[in-house]
Design a protein around this ligand. Structure first.
Ligand code: TYD
Ligand code: MG
Length: 452
C-alpha cells in the first residue's frame, strides 16, 4: 500500500487533505506544504544518547553521564577545525555553497582520508560514477575503499545503507533525493524536508555520520526549508568567490563545536589544499595606497585574520542613494553612515556608498565598524590613509568606540605582517607596548577620524 501525504500549514500547523492557496484555519497565504503521514512514531536505538524512544522516563540530570562525544579526526586539519575536532558518530552535517565552489571535492577528499579506517558510502544523485572517478583521479587520492551508490529514491538509499553499514556517508545532494510518499518534485520544500528527516533518523539509529550537500539559492540561503538547518547538528557554509583561489568554510551552527569557526583552503589542480596559517591571505599589497582602503583585523572563530575593507563613495544621481555591501551586513553600513553624520558631521546622503571586503570573505563581527567608516571617509575625501595602518573597533550609536575581544592578539598579528600604526578602542590598548607598533587608543569616532 502506498503511504499517504497531506498538506500542513507552515504557520499554524493545521493539516488539510487537499492543497489550498490560503490556510482555512489561520488564513495564511501560500503556507500549505505537502508532508508525509506518519503511520507510526519512529523508533530509535537507545544506544545513541538522547534518543531512547520507548523508555521515556524522567531522570536527574546529574545521573546522566556527560561523556564527551567520540571524534574521528579526518586528518584534514582545517576540516576538523570547523567540525569542532572531527567526525562525530551519528551526527548529521549540512554543507552549503555556490555551485562549483568545491563541496563534492571536499567530501570526496574527506572520504578518501578516512576510508582505510572506516566504512564509507558516497551516494550521488547529481553525477555519474564516471564523473566521480574522474574527479578522484584528479585528486590523486586512494579510492579503493570508497563505496559508491547512484540512487535518488531515499527508501532504496536507506535500505542499501542499512545493509552496507557505513560509518561515514555522503549524500550529494539533498535536493536530488525524493520519497515516493510525496508527489511533489525532488528539490521542493516537502521533498527536501521529508528525505532529510529520514536521513537524520537513520543517522541517529545507526550511528552513521551523514554529510548532506545542500544547494544555495541566488539569495545565498540554503535551498529548501529553513527547518533543514534546525534538523541537522552542524551547518557549514562555503564562502569565497568560486573564481578566486581561496575557499573558506564557516560553521554557522554546530552542536559539537564553536560557531563562526573558519577553515581555510586553497583550490589547486589537485583539489582543496589546507591553508593552516591564513592570517594574511586576503590582503593585497598595493604599490601605492589608494583612497578608500583600510586594513582591519577580525577574529572569526579563534584566529585573527587580516582583511582589507574597500569603500567607494560617489555622487549619486538617485533620489535614494545606493548603499551596497559585499561581505558585510548592509543594514550595519546604513547605521554606521547615520552615526558618522550625526556624531562626526560626515555627509553621505547625496552619495552612493559601496563597501567590499576583499577576497570574498564575510566579516560577521562588529569589530570591523571603525575600518568601514575610515574607508568611507577616505574615499569621500579622496585621501589615502597610511599604508602601514590598521584599525578595528565597534562603533556605538552614541558615536563611542567600543572594545572588541582579543585586542592584543589582533595587534600582535598585525605587527607580524609589518603594520606600524593602529587605531583601536582605548580599552584595547595593551599595557605592554608592542614592538615596532604605535597603538593609538580612541574613545569616540571624532577622535578616531582626527587620528586617521
Ligand atoms: P565541485 O566539488 O564539483 O563543486 P560543487 O560540488 O560545490 O559544485 O568543484 C568543482 C570546481 O573545482 C570546478 O570549477 C573545478 C575545480 N577543481 C579544481 O580546481 N581542482 C580539482 O582538483 C578539482 C577536483 C576541481
Ligand atoms: Mg557537486
Amino acid at each position: 500500500m502506498r503511504a499517504k501525504s497531506q498538506y500542513q500549514c507552515q504557520d499554524c500547523g493545521a493539516t488539510q487533505p487537499k492543497w489550498a492557496g490560503q490556510c482555512p484555519e489561520c488564513g495564511a497565504w501560500n503556507a500549505l506544504v505537502e508532508v508525509a503521514v506518519e503511520s507510526r512514531p519512529a523508533r530509535s536505538n537507545p544506544r545513541f544518547s538522547g534518543y531512547s524512544g520507548d523508555s521515556a522516563e524522567i531522570c536527574d540530570l546529574r545521573s546522566v553521564a556527560a561523556i564527551e562525544e567520540e571524534r574521528l579526526a579526518t586528518g584534514i586539519g582545517e576540516l576538523d577545525r570547523v567540525l569542532g575536532g572531527g567526525i562525530v558518530p551519528g551526527s548529521v552535517v549540512l554543507i552549503g555553497g555556490d555551485p562549483g565552489i568545491g563541496k563534492s571535492t571536499l567530501l570526496l577528499q574527506m572520504l578518501a582520508a578516512v576510508a582505510d579506517r572506516l566504512g564509507t558510502l558516497y551516494v550521488t544523485g547529481e553525477e555519474s560514477p564516471r564523473q566521480i572517478a574522474l574527479r578522484a583521479r584528479r585528486l590523486d587520492v586512494d579510492t579503493r575503499s570508497i563505496r559508491l551508490l547512484t540512487e535518488t529514491r531515499i527508501e532504496r538509499v536507506l535500505d542499501l545503507a542499512r545493509r552496507e553499514q557505513p560509518r561515514v556517508m555522503v549524500v550529494d545532494s539533498i535536493q536530488t533525493m525524493y520519497t515516493e510518499v510525496i508527489t511533489s518534485a525532488p528539490g521542493s520544500v516537502s521533498q527536501v524536508r521529508e528525505t532529510a528527516a529520514q536521513l537524520v533518523r537513520f543517522a541517529k539509529q545507526s550511528g552513521t555520520s551523514i554529510y548532506l550537500v545542500g544547494h544555495v539559492t541566488k539569495e545565498g540561503a540554503l535551498a529548501g526549508p529553513r527547518v533543514l538547518e534546525h534538523m541537522v547538528d552542524t551547518v557549514l557554509y562555503f564562502e569565497g568567490d568560486s573564481g578566486g583561489r581561496f575557499r573558506v568554510i564557516r560553521a554557522v551552527k554546530n552542536r559539537y563545536g564553536a560557531v563562526n569557526e573558519l577553515g581555510v583552503f586553497a583550490m589547486i589542480d589537485k583539489g582543496l589544499r589546507e591553508v593552516s596559517n591564513p592570517s594574511a591571505i586576503f590582503l593585497t599589497r598595493h604599490e601605492r595606497q589608494s583612497p578608500g582602503s583600510v586594513v582591519t583585523v577580525t577574529r572569526e572563530g579563534t584566529r585573527p585574520l587580516l582583511v582589507e575593507v574597500q569603500a567607494l563613495v560617489d555622487e549619486t544621481r538617485l533620489a535614494n542613494p545606493r548603499r551596497v555591501t559585499i561581505g558585510l551586513d548592509g543594514n550595519r553600513l546604513a547605521m554606521l553612515l547615520a552615526i558618522a553624520h550625526r556624531h562626526a558631521g560626515v555627509v553621505t546622503y547625496d552619495q552612493d556608498v559601496f563597501v567590499n571586503v576583499v577576497g570574498g570573505v564575510r566579516v560577521s563581527e562588529t569589530g570591523a565598524d571603525l575600518a568601514v567608516l575610515l574607508a568611507v571617509l577616505s574615499s569621500l575625501r579622496g585621501k589615502p590613509l597610511s599604508r602601514d595602518l590598521i584599525a578595528f573597533g565597534e562603533v556605538g550609536l552614541a558615536g563611542e568606540i567600543r572594545p572588541v575581544p582579543g585586542g592584543p592578539e589582533r595587534l600582535r598579528e598585525a605587527g607580524k605582517h609589518g603594520y606600524r600604526h593602529a587605531i583601536v578602542p582605548k580599552t584595547n590598548v595593551p599595557r605592554e607596548s608592542i614592538e615596532g607598533m604605535q597603538v593609538i587608543g580612541v574613545l569616540t569616532l571624532d577622535q578616531a577620524l582626527a587620528q586617521a
